[in-house]
Design a protein around this ligand. Structure first.
Ligand SMILES: Nc1ncnc2c1ncn2[C@@H]1O[C@H](COP(=O)(O)OP(=O)(O)OP(=O)(O)O)[C@@H](O)[C@H]1O
Ligand SMILES: [Mg+2]
Length: 228
């Protein structure tokens, strides 16, 4: 059984002293999908930011595909983990949507033509190929979210981490994202307050509370137990 994610005793303290993570243990098998549930401020986003090294543990370890998240492995880890931020404004920075989505494939060594072809295909998958020439900051919130998702699809990561991916998406957009994700073979971590979305995609859920994972089990069982 190969583990794509292995997190041991993860603690994280922000500069202002907030103990956002207080001993998280978590594993995920290659190809599996898990939903991260839990109240606002319970540590879900802080946890996600450790998976590609944007934050580093105050204590404990994060291992992706047998590689510990350290300076030495950072580039390789970033290629393996596609993280869609909760706030798309923190994610999109190139002059056009197309360039934004082509950025990772280019950085991974594809030619400009190959990278553009990959980017267009990814934009098509999220229904944004018509807007590929627009500046990301001129897109609506839902459109930005779609472009951010295209950005990670274009780099073929082994693990997809999506922080509130359905926020700002209209109902058809939510359904088409669920349908798209269900066809992708990668392991997925879905942080969501959207229970139909969690149920449609994840077999298992973990529940965060005050910086810890306090339960793990089938989505329905967790939802019922925490009246979520
Ligand atoms: N940059 C920061 N500096 C200080 N404290 C922070 C910072 N970012 C988050 N926190 C705190 O860390 C804790 C965990 O926040 P986090 O964003 O991980 O929660 P979350 O579970 O993702 O919540 P939500 O469901 O609202 O997205 C909260 O108490 C929050 O106030
Ligand atoms: Mg969050």
């Amino acid at each position: 059984m190969s583990l794509i994610v292995e997190v041991r005793d993860l603690h994280y303290v922000f500069e202002d002293g907030t103990e956002a993570l207080r001993g998280v243990d978590f594993t995920l098998r290659a190809g599996a999908t898990v939903a991260l549930l839990g109240p606002n401020g319970s540590g879900k986003t802080t946890f996600a930011l450790h998976l590609n090294g944007l934050l580093r543990p105050s204590r404990g370890t994060v291992t992706i595909d047998d590689m510990e998240v350290t300076d030495q492995h950072l580039r390789a880890i970033r290629r393996k983990v596609g993280l869609v931020f909760q706030d798309s404004d923190n994610q999109l920075f190139m002059p056009t949507a197309l360039e934004d989505v082509a950025f990772a494939p280019l950085a991974a060594g594809l030619t400009p033509d190959e990278a553009a072809a990959k980017a267009i295909e990814a934009l098509r998958l999220v229904g944004m190929e018509q807007k590929s020439g627009k500046a990301p900051w001129h897109l609506s919130s839902g459109e930005k979210k779609r472009v951010a998702i295209a950005g990670i699809l274009a780099s073929d990561p082994k693990l997809l981490v999506l922080d509130e991916p359905t926020t700002f998406l209209d109902p058809p957009g939510q359904r088409s994202l669920a349908a798209l994700l269900s066809t992708l073979p990668q392991a997925k971590i879905l942080i969501t307050h959207d229970m139909p979305f969690a149920r449609a995609l994840a077999t298992e859920a973990v529940f965060f509370q005050s910086g810890r994972i306090v339960a793990r089990g089938p989505v329905d069982e967790i939802v019922e137990r925490f009246e979520w």
